[in-house]
Design a protein around this ligand. Sequence first.
Ligand SMILES: CN(C)C(=N)NCCC[C@H](N)C(=O)O
Length: 280
Amino acid sequence: MPRAFVRRPSPRLAEGLVTHVERSDSVDAGRALQQWEAYCAALTTAGYALTEVPPSPEHPDSVFVEDALVVVGDLAVVTAPGAPERSDEVTGVRLAAHDLGLTVVELTEEPALAEQSTSAEGQASRAGQASTEPAHLDGGDVLKVGQTLYVGVGGRTTSAGARALDRAVAGTGRTVTAVPIAKTLHLKSQVTALPDGTVVGYAPLVDDVSQWPHFLEVPEPEGAHVIALGEQTVLMSDAAPRSAQLFRSRGLEVVSLDVSEFVKVEGCVTCLSVRLHPWD
Ligand SMILES: CN(C)C(=N)NCCC[C@H](N)C(=O)O
């Protein structure tokens, strides 16, 4: 049975970080809670068992639990959030992953230069790396498509963070491909994937459309954010009806939800859960 981690929104959601959008003075925490409950109900209806991470009211952005954990099979990689205000969010998420019996691993910093290869080739490759760069990684920057983990680098996630994820998932059969991003907060703010692996995005907000082998342009910014709930179903915002119609025309069933309060602090449907699938 698929499972999802979720985390109840903080009453301080309105204080959440904003980077690429204007600060809104209309974030309604009560409405956010109702939207979150509807989101959880939609996951349950789709067959997901929910694991609720204990809330962290002192962290306005803690509802965006996706940023704290990347799960591959039964390996749970605790992230190193790029925003210092969010770094403590991982504590409760780490514990929840551990309590669920997942194999919990941390991101490690770059191996010291001295421990790396002393070959000329090794020295040449090291020259191009910022070895002192801290390893930061937000889960919102990790897009899984098949066996590839695309990692958006340039916003919250550093190149060292992408390499640290690569080391963490070594042995799982997954490979990490770093993609530069500048136009949005996270990679998954600009592109997500349909169940068949087609990458969807709103072209004006995608840094480089040509880098995606199978790309489908959607007509609305909110249409770029989907969660695959199974082979035939996606969950998305109800603010993108034309994109929903496009997905339906491809044979998909669409579950649409109001997530307006989360969008005001730069969130979307993907950020509100970490999904674990038996087939992953
Ligand atoms: C895919 N997305 C967008 C995410 N995974 N996270 C959104 C985090 C928003 C929060 N206010 C922040 O700035 O961190």
